[in-house]
Design a protein around this ligand. Structure first.
Ligand code: AMP
Length: 435
């Protein structure tokens, strides 16, 4: 049905947002299902925090000098006069929840994951959305480099399970003991390069000089390459941590590349920082970003607790998802029930109820129509089988079953059909993703 009058403003979603339509949703669900499955193998549990938080949480937790806080947050004052922000990332919220609910009292390290939308008022470009989705995980309560390796391994396992490959880039961004003296040296060296650098670099060279290393402007690259590497200025503890992280990666057989300019956009990182990039993504090539943030909880007023985590861009992963997997996950119903007449509809409803209660997806088109038109629809919906209920079938309580893949046809009672369907495929509740 066409709308009578198209209202241009009401019938358009906001720039940088989009509807995820039923035709595409299986790609998203496939990744989400695998993430849940794989994360559970590593002992992670899901946490769902609110989409809105006090603005101050992000201002402090991400850092006032960052692009996110400086210019990308969706912030508004609510009816009670509070400054509220739509979450631009989830780590600060997870750490807030961890401290608020005293999760540190539980035994052992706390491993949490989340899946959901984030909001940033980004400049419009391919691969960047204003409402985008992240899958992320946080480990709270350990500063061991082996846990960092486990997390990286878990991400690679997820990527591999959806047919995506990526390159792991690692760096150490030091800590409060060694970073200030490195920044001194960096600023000194930066002065000589400033005339050759872009406006953004010049602006950052003061309060936010580390971020200059992250600049993507082509003409800046040769000059930034001349700047000193942070890994040459680490204190003993950071150098040792970085060395152990690398050796755990090697023992796990995980290939990596050291990226001395990888500093990431957020202020709260210490020691390990990493990214996973994909050559297939173009300019916005980062698929995963993460690192260690041992001071974040204290910055937010919580207890001292070490943290390590990552966020993966789900929008970008969906773009890379192997077509082979998508094709294999046809959303068509297991059984299309074709019926002729009202009595047959009653029977179809009760058969569908029985099949669904055993975990088999059913479809019936209530308007009925000729057998031919119902068969045509079953075909379009990619139904795997059609069950036909006409007068003769009603009387015999035995139905014609047609397997759409090879057009094979046979007669069966409902319990025979159930037996056959169960043998074909276990019910949804017993199914696990094939990794
Ligand atoms: P960040 O939270 O900035 O470290 O980003 C982590 C990951 O989220 C990135 O590597 C991207 O894959 C994804 N991401 C960040 N911002 C956006 C965006 N605006 N649109 C789509 N994906 C994004």
């Amino acid at each position: 049905m066409e709308p009578r009058k198209l209202d241009e403003t009401l019938l358009n979603n906001l720039p940088g947002t989009r509807d995820l339509l039923p035709g595409d949703i299986s790609r998203w669900q496939l990744i989400e299902d695998r993430a849940r499955w794989i994360f559970a193998l590593y002992g992670f549990q899901e946490i769902r925090t609110p989409l809105i938080e006090a603005t101050e949480l992000f201002a402090r937790g991400i850092g006032g000098d960052t692009d996110i806080v400086g210019k990308e947050m969706y912030t508004f004052v609510d009816q009670s006069g509070r400054s509220i922000t739509l979450r631009p990332e989830a780590t600060a919220s997870v750490v807030r929840a961890y401290a608020q609910h005293a999760m540190y009292r539980a035994a052992g390290v706390t491993k949490l994951y989340y899946i959901g939308p984030m909001f940033r008022h980004e400049k419009k470009q391919r691969g960047r959305w204003r409402q985008f989705y992240q899958i992320g995980a946080e480990v709270l309560g350990s500063d061991h480099p082996a846990i960092e390796t486990e997390v990286v391994e878990m991400i690679l396992r997820l990527l591999d399970s959806v047919g995506v490959s990526g390159r792991l880039l690692i760096n150490s961004v030091g800590c409060e003991a060694c970073r200030p003296s490195y920044i001194e040296i960096l600023r000194r060296e930066l002065r000589a390069q400033l005339p050759h650098l872009c406006d953004d670099c010049r602006r950052r060279s003061g309060a936010n000089s580390l971020r200059v290393l992250d600049c993507k402007v082509e003409s800046c690259q040769p000059h930034i390459d001349l700047l000193p590497a942070i890994t040459d200025h680490l204190c003993g503890a950071c150098a040792d941590h970085f060395g152990r992280f690398k050796s755990y990666l090697e023992k796990a057989g995980i290939a990596y590349q050291i990226a001395p300019r990888l500093v990431r956009g957020l202020d709260y990182y210490v020691k390990t920082a990493f990214e996973i990039v994909s050559g297939e993504l173009g300019a916005q090539n980062a698929l995963v970003g993460g690192g260690r943030y041992d001071k974040l909880s204290e910055v937010l007023g919580g207890p001292p607790v070490q943290g390590f985590g990552f966020a993966m861009g789900l929008d970008r992963l969906v773009m890379l998802l192997s077509e082979r997997l998508v094709a294999g996950s046809s959303a068509g119903p297991d059984v299309f029930l074709a019926f002729m007449g009202t009595r047959a509809l009653d029977r179809a409803l009760s058969i569908a109820r029985a099949l669904r209660s055993r975990g088999h997806a059913c479809h019936l088109e209530f308007a009925g129509g000729s057998l031919k038109s119902q068969m045509r629809l079953a075909n379009k919906l990619q139904a795997k089988h059609v069950l036909i209920i006409g007068d003769e079938e009603l009387r015999r309580d035995q139905y014609t079953i047609k397997r759409m893949g090879d057009s094979k046809q046979w007669d069966a009672t409902v319990s025979e059909l159930l037996e056959y369907l169960n043998a074909q495929r276990p019910p949804a509740s017993q199914r696990s993703p094939d990794l």
